[in-house]
Design a binder for this molecule. Structure first.
Ligand SMILES: NC(=O)c1ccc[n+]([C@@H]2O[C@H](COP(=O)([O-])OP(=O)(O)OC[C@H]3O[C@@H](n4cnc5c(N)ncnc54)[C@H](OP(=O)(O)O)[C@@H]3O)[C@@H](O)[C@H]2O)c1
Length: 240
């Protein structure tokens, strides 16, 4: 398939390599220095757009592609509140969007484990739950979109928590996410249930960016011919 890359930084370059290794062709590459090339005529040369840029640019970039009728895989984090606005364009222009805070297959398996574990802990109230994430120092958003997804899953499943907060919980109903920034770390996420007796911990460590890039390319392959808003769960765990 023909792919347009919007954002040609660490992720854009990794996606290019992985997409080419799967036989796809990159027909358009947009970075901050050639945004004038991001026009309908060029977008429509691609079967799908893969967008990894910056939080403040995502809604506009995604919308432009959807309005051109071209499906979009968006990995940019930190624009969750605007996703419904973009999703509405899918119906209007009969195309599709996948937005995920984390395209890695391993993390999406972790998400499922996290939900199940939280449900099991409903009757174990001696355990205190916490979420932490560690990323490289150039990461703009904190806590990470992945940590927010993890925390939202826990809040949904675990009755004794009703919201997540950054850094420090002020009461028992708040779930704290701690964010650490350390050079060169592609991404570590940990959920810990701590008690006086023992700790239960689930942890995902990304060794490099290839897992995110492969997931994004798989998502683009999945999206062609679809209409609506999809998630990585639809790509990785399709219902029979
Ligand atoms: N969902 C996931 O699985 C996942 C995984 C990793 C990262 N991410 C997210 O993906 C995003 C990008 O991460 P990254 O590590 O690739 O960042 P990065 O290395 O900083 O790359 C961002 C790119 O966006 C480009 N850009 C800036 N302004 C632009 C514009 N107006 N139009 C088009 N491109 C523009 C930059 O171009 P210049 O270089 O010319 O400035 C740069 O190439 C972040 O939000 C990050 O949190 C998501």
């Amino acid at each position: 398939m023909k792919i347009a890359l919007v954002g040609y930084g660490k992720m854009g370059k990794t996606i290019e390599r992985i997409a080419q290794s799967r036989g796809h062709e990159i027909v358009l590459t947009i970075g901050s220095k050639n945004t004038e090339d991001y026009i309908t005529e060029n977008i429509q040369k691609a079967d799908a757009v893969i967008e990894f840029t910056r939080p403040e640019l995502a809604l506009n970039n995604v919308s432009q592609s959807l309005k051109a009728g071209v499906p979009v895989v968006c990995g940019t984090t930190g624009w969750n509140e605007s996703v419904p606005q973009a999703a509405a364009l899918c119906a209007e222009h009969q195309t599709a969007l996948i937005q995920s805070s984390n395209f890695s297959i391993g993390v999406n398996i972790f998400f499922e484990l996290n939900k199940q574990l939280a449900q099991m802990m409903n009757h174990q109230d001696t355990y205190q739950v916490g979420v932490s994430e560690t990323h490289h120092t150039q990461k703009l958003d904190a806590p990470s979109g992945t940590a927010i997804t993890i925390a939202e899953q826990i809040v949904q499943q675990l009755e004794r928590k009703n919201k997540w907060v950054k850094e420090e919980a002020h009461n028992d109903e708040e779930l704290a996410i701690q964010a650490f920034r350390v050079d060169e770390v592609p991404g570590i996420h940990v959920v810990t249930y701590h008690s006086e007796i023992d700790d239960i911990e689930i942890k995902h460590t990304a060794h490099n960016r290839d897992g995110f890039a492969l997931g994004a390319v798989l998502a683009a392959e999945f999206l062609v011919g679809k209409q609506g808003l999809y998630t990585m769960q639809d790509v990785l765990f399709p219902r029979k």
